[in-house]
Design a protein. Structure first.
Length: 106
């Protein structure tokens, strides 16, 4: 089984994005995990993902609104594939109000 974590950074302020809501669903849309980023912008979301396709949703609109900031993206959804034999996946997000970037981390 594969574990999953994320780290979100606010590219405008250069600080961790603490308190972003997170949801993980499988290919059928069934919930697999949920959480919120900690004070360092990090979250460990799942310890036991089976091989398959998943979606990690970042509730960016709520987070920006709580900070009194506008955003173009009410949410960011990253689809990814878990393959057999993979022990850990890390999906970082670099976030600004009008753009984002992600990659498979280590």
């Amino acid at each position: 089984m594969t574990s999953l974590s994320t780290h979100v950074l606010d590219a405008v302020t250069g600080t961790p994005a603490a308190g972003i809501g997170l949801d993980v669903t499988d290919a059928d849309g069934a919930p697999a995990a949920s959480g919120r980023t900690d004070d360092d912008g990090r979250a460990r979301l799942a310890e036991d993902l089976a091989p398959g396709t998943y979606r990690l949703r970042f509730a960016t609109g709520e987070w920006f609104a709580a900070a009194g900031r506008e955003t173009f993206h009410p949410e960011v959804v990253v689809a990814f594939t878990v393959t057999a034999g993979r022990e850990h996946l890390h999906v970082p997000l670099l976030l600004s109000p009008f753009a984002y970037s992600t990659y498979r981390g280590s």
